[in-house]
Design a protein around this ligand. Structure first.
Ligand SMILES: [Zn+2]
Length: 126
């Protein structure tokens, strides 16, 4: 199985900077948690994934489109990624964690991302 993303991809960096600037502190890529969430808020048991729309099959998104060549290969691979994402989120939930996915295309509107994060995590000082 190949890697679905490398560390420090651009949308992830954008979200990290934003969330850090909002006053939240977090850990990165917690290896011991299912799916190695990108941002981990351990005391709150909350995790954020930043997902590329193509690689993780963002439903309804224009970027979620199979390449025109080797379609079956890509469909298997990308569907596999999406299935694994759902498994990881379910496993986290079973461990008492909540998770939020921020999609690459959503990072074009950072005000909205900030609002979503604030609603998900709660007050930065809490
Ligand atoms: Zn998208």
């Amino acid at each position: 199985m190949s890697r679905i993303r490398s560390k420090d991809t651009k949308p992830e960096m954008v979200v990290r900077r934003l969330v850090h600037g909002m006053g939240y502190r977090y850990r990165l890529h917690a290896k011991e948690l299912p799916g190695r969430p990108d941002l981990v808020f351990r005391p709150r048991r909350k995790a954020i994934f930043v997902h590329g729309c193509f690689w993780h099959r963002h439903v309804g998104c224009p970027a979620n489109r199979l390449p025109t060549t080797r379609r079956e290969f890509w469909r298997d691979k990308l569907d596999g990624n999406a299935r694994r994402d759902r498994r990881n989120e379910a496993a986290l939930e079973e461990m008492g964690w909540r998770s939020l996915v921020i999609w690459e295309c959503e990072t074009k509107d950072l005000d909205r991302v900030a609002e979503t994060v604030r609603r998900f995590i709660g007050d930065a000082r809490g």
